[in-house]
Design a protein around this ligand. Structure first.
Ligand code: AMP
Length: 111
């Protein structure tokens, strides 16, 4: 089972922000901005390159709701998903980084 599947099953603890039957939002363990939340589908999908359009349609309002709950809807935010080797995707379970809470520099999500 992958790391984020273990977070979904609560085998590995996380700081949950918001969840429903299909998606989970939790705080990144190494935040790179004042708000850094990871948003994932509960079902295992390797990356954006593998996701179906219905899941993308359903996750959109979920992400918008997380931005509202995190208090960054009005101030703005950045949404990132890393894909594969050149994308420097470390965890092979689709996730969106929701970053905000400050003016984000051009390289604020550098690795
Ligand atoms: P990526 O490089 O796009 O695959 O991002 C993986 C993200 O997962 C990184 O920002 C890590 O800090 C984060 N991460 C790794 N392990 C955990 C964990 N146990 N709980 C929360 N976030 C994690």
């Amino acid at each position: 089972m992958c790391l984020f599947c273990k977070i979904v099953s609560k085998e590995i603890p996380s700081k949950v922000v918001f969840e429903n039957d299909d998606f989970l939002a939790f705080h990144d363990i190494y935040p790179k901005a004042p708000v850094h939340i990871l948003i994932i589908p509960k079902k295992h999908i390797v990356s954006f390159d593998d996701v179906d359009s219905q899941t993308m349609a359903n996750i959109t309002p979920f992400i918008q709701e997380v931005a509202l709950k995190a208090g960054i809807k009005e101030s703005g935010y950045r949404l990132i998903t890393n894909i594969g080797s050149d994308g420097l995707q470390e965890v092979k379970h689709l996730h969106f980084h929701l970053l905000g809470g400050a003016k984000l520099g051009g390289n604020s999500f550098g690795k």
